[in-house]
Design a protein around this ligand. Structure first.
Ligand code: NAP
Length: 487
């Protein structure tokens, strides 16, 4: 098992950095980086004397992407002083390695930062740095696309000297998580969310807790959610909690994907066992798959990919996920013959229209775009009505599958209040917030309410079971999701 070192980058006032060093140690970091150029003033001797962890001293000049703007000689004097004080590491620019005489145990990291993109060939940049006589080479590039990580991984795999390589920016976040898999010397984290000193840094608690980055090695099985945007996805918290609970050597990643075909072709061979697929890729991935289960093919949307012997198999776990969550909330419910009103004919609406029609529900579909409702109704043998007529539809079960009411527009509801009467079962796919305006009003009117939480957990649990063949720890997944939602 690999033991990736995790280094927390610190910046701010003396008091903030001092407190940060202590907290980083308590939270389990291996090193701290003291970004002297991001401190308004500092007492280097006090910092190093009080630091509970080995320190990387960085005093980055403006020309290399830092904030130090003073005379070079003064900067070098501070770096030399750090060596005299026994700093564990110095992170320096290529043009000053030869100006720093090493004594004691201080190790030099020579680093190249590119805030624009990936300099190519990246291997040439690495090789040039490798000849400067430092102990460790660091290459930090900027990922415009998730594909840019591949060059970083390749560099790490081929490197014969200790190397730190990472891609900055949100698409590059996986390079920070997977550092250990490819043999990086260390990976950087921020102390807390909102205290990043470089774009795309993850908070220490997430890197160590949610992603278990320290334990990620060459044999770790990879999973992730293909999405755009991906930043607010609950799936990494939920699936990683399940992997940890079962002690599986697996990690689930946020995958900011723009081109699904290219992504699947190039990333699957890295050791992916499966993917969750969400907006906007549920349909777009389908031509790239080797097989699609009949229900997903009929719906025309895949939310789960399982990789078996390099081949990609598509599934849709939303239908069972949503309908099971309703059955859990309303024991004994039979969908056969039930008058159901489906609001929304997007990806989820399509899935539930097929699922409900298969179960024999008497289905009416409304959607903002009426033509979409009509087409879906014709496909599954349902009735379409203009959305303005929604209140006239007699229903025992109402399924809200649009994004209306979702954070941050929590004051919105697509369902007229007059429709809400005692006994009506109201399911809302939205899970953030857990209680939408629709569900609040439905509860007040005496309806039976079903939030999107149960659906989310059910569809994720089914994915987990398809990937691992193990029973999903639903309670653990649920708890992880509630924690992420701030409950
Ligand atoms: P989608 O394919 O993009 O469909 C969006 C649907 O919402 C369409 O019917 C669209 O109508 C409608 N819509 C969007 N904005 C609207 C507005 N301002 N007024 C009226 N209608 C509007 O998305 P999806 O994959 O079906 O997901 C829909 C929602 O379900 C999202 O909030 C998603 O988070 C949630 N969801 C939850 C779970 C879960 O596990 N609980 C699983 C999947 C999805 P038009 O056709 O007129 O554009």
């Amino acid at each position: 098992m690999s033991t990736t070192r995790v280094c927390v980058s610190l910046a701010g006032t003396m008091a903030e950095v001092m407190a940060g060093m202590e907290r980083a140690a308590v939270l389990g970091a291996d090193l701290v980086e003291l970004r002297l150029d991001l401190m308004p003033s500092f007492d280097l001797e006090a910092l190093l004397a009080r630091c509970p962890l080995p320190a990387v001293v960085t005093y980055r000049p403006k020309r290399a992407g830092g904030e130090y703007r003073g005379p070079e000689e003064e900067r070098l004097a501070v770096l030399r002083r750090a060596i005299d004080l026994g700093a564990a590491y110095l992170d320096v620019e290529p043009d000053c390695v030869h100006l720093l005489e090493r004594r004691g145990g201080t190790r030099l990291i020579v680093s190249h930062h590119n805030f624009e993109g990936v300099p190519r060939p990246l291997a040439a940049v690495h090789e040039r740095l490798g000849h400067l006589g430092a102990d460790i080479v660091k290459v930090a590039v900027t990922a415009a696309d998730i594909q840019d990580n591949l060059e970083v991984f390749d560099l790490l795999r081929r490197s014969r000297m200790p190397t730190i390589a990472l891609a900055m920016g949100e698409p590059g976040a996986i390079s920070r998580i997977l550092a250990g898999r490819f043999g990086a010397y260390l990976t950087f984290a921020s102390l807390d969310a909102g205290h990043e000193v470089a774009p795309g840094q993850l908070a220490l608690a997430d890197l160590l807790g949610m992603y278990r980055a320290r334990h990620i090695g060459p044999r770790t099985r990879l999973y992730g959610v293909m999405a755009n945007p991906v930043g607010h996805s609950m799936s990494p918290a939920v699936h990683n909690a399940a992997f940890a609970e079962l002690g599986l050597d697996a990690v689930y990643l946020p995958l900011l994907v723009r081109e699904p075909r290219r992504f699947l072709e190039t990333f699957t061979p890295l050791g992916f066992g499966g993917y969750s697929v969400t907006i906007p890729h549920k349909q777009a991935v389908m031509p790239s798959l080797d097989g699609i289960e009949p229900l997903a093919a009929r719906i025309g949307a895949v939310n789960t990919i399982v990789v078996r012997e390099g081949r990609l198999h598509g599934y849709n776990t939303d239908v069972d996920g949503a309908l099971d969550s309703i059955a859990e909330a309303v024991p004994g419910i039979s969908f056969a013959g039930t008058a159901a009103l489906l609001v929304g004919a997007g990806g989820l609406g399509r899935a539930l229209a097929h699922g409900l029609a298969d179960r024999g529900a008497r289905l009416t579909i409304v959607n903002r775009g009426y033509e979409r409702a009509q087409a879906l109704a014709a496909e599954v043998g349902a009735t379409a009505r203009p959305i303005e007529d929604m209140a006239e539809v007699e229903a025992e079960l109402l399924l809200q599958t649009t994004s209306v009411g979702m954070h941050p527009k929590v004051q919105e509801s697509i369902v007229p209040r007059v429709m809400l009467r005692p006994g009506l079962i109201v399911y809302d796919a939205v899970y953030n917030p857990l209680e939408t305006r629709l569900l609040r009003e439905a509860k007040e009117a005496g309806c039976i309410t079903v939030s999107g939480l149960g659906h989310f957990i059910n569809q994720a649990a089914r994915q987990f079971e398809l990937w691992t063949g193990r029973e999903a720890p639903r309670q653990v997944m649920r708890r992880a999701m509630l924690e992420r939602l701030g409950h």
